[in-house]
Design a protein around this ligand. Structure first.
Ligand code: GUN
Length: 287
């Protein structure tokens, strides 16, 4: 079997027309959606993500403000900026790019964002609402994965879903969304004893471990749907290319559907950030 490709790039492009229409409608009502993106430090991957997020805003007609700080900035400076953005009527969404430098209390920074502007959905209040099945904002990466499944006719109801990775950004919210969609969910992680025995049971396998080409064909059930959330850069001696957590070339012979890297989940994460920002502006404008 050769798997069908879950094309996140094409789906994100399809969604753009709807975003443009909604952003333009808001702008005519003097509520043009606005996103502030804060980047602390010089992490090359974060710089690329932030650049892509700002460019996607421009393409959709969303106002964006990029705020960049050196790695040694005081946490109080960033907290003061967030407080100003919370009160800024031009801004409907605030995103602090993660990871933050080690001297930051990451959760304290995320909690400083007004929950109604927390378009990442990482504030404890929003994570709590998601856990209870009444989300205000769905974290962008798992939201994008759910959209990709739906757009390709994959219904998680009654299926075995296995997630590899337990991060606050992906693994945990992904588990909640799949539980609410009716899947039987297993969350595996670095301490899981026999990983392959779990992954081989998966009808839907979500790879979010942050380890290049970690999921190999022998770990995948024939006919499974495999979603690759990893974005890893191979070392220069291995070509320096981007690759996911899934060994795409072998897994595509076993799975029925597989998402590529790049061009899979990444573009959908950005699309869902735009969706959440527009949603925030629509709520503020009273529809
Ligand atoms: N770093 C990696 N993924 C994300 C994300 O979805 N949001 C933020 N803020 N930082 C990230």
């Amino acid at each position: 079997m050769t798997a069908r490709i879950l094309d996140g790039k094409a789906l994100a492009e399809e969604l753009r027309a709807d975003f443009q229409k909604r952003a333009a409608a808001l702008a005519t009502r003097r509520h043009r959606p606005g996103l502030a993106v804060l980047l602390v430090g010089e992490d090359p991957a974060s710089q690329v993500y932030v650049r892509n997020k700002v460019a996607a805003c421009a393409a959709a007609g969303i106002f964006s403000q990029k705020l960049v700080y050196p790695a040694d900035v005081a946490e109080a400076t960033v907290l003061a900026q967030i407080a100003a953005l919370n009160a800024d009527p031009r801004i409907h969404g605030i995103l602090v790019q993660l990871p933050l430098p080690r001297h930051f209390d990451e959760q304290a920074v995320l909690e400083a964002i007004a929950p109604e502007k927390d378009v990442d959905g990482f504030h404890a209040e929003n994570m709590g609402a998601l856990a209870q099945g009444r989300p205000r904002f769905i974290p962008c990466t798992p939201y994008g994965v759910m959209q990709m499944l739906a757009a390709n006719g994959v219904d998680p109801l009654g299926q075995e879903a296995v997630i590899v990775g337990r991060s606050n950004i992906v693994g945990k919210p992904m588990a909640l969304l799949l539980i609410h969609a009716g899947a039987t969910v297993t969350v595996c992680h670095s301490k899981t004893r026999d990983l392959a025995c779990h992954t081989r049971r998966a009808d839907i396998l979500i790879a979010a471990a942050g380890k290049p080409r970690f999921i190999t064909a022998d770990m995948v059930k024939p006919g499974a749907v495999v979603i690759d959330v990893g974005i890893n850069r191979l070392p220069p001696e291995a070509g320096g290319k981007l690759c996911g957590d899934v060994d795409f070339e072998t897994v595509r012979d076993v799975a029925s559907l597989v998402s590529p890297v790049p061009g899979g989940v990444g573009p959908m994460t950005i699309a869902m950030l735009l969706a959440n920002t527009i949603e925030a502006a629509e709520r503020e404008a009273g529809r």
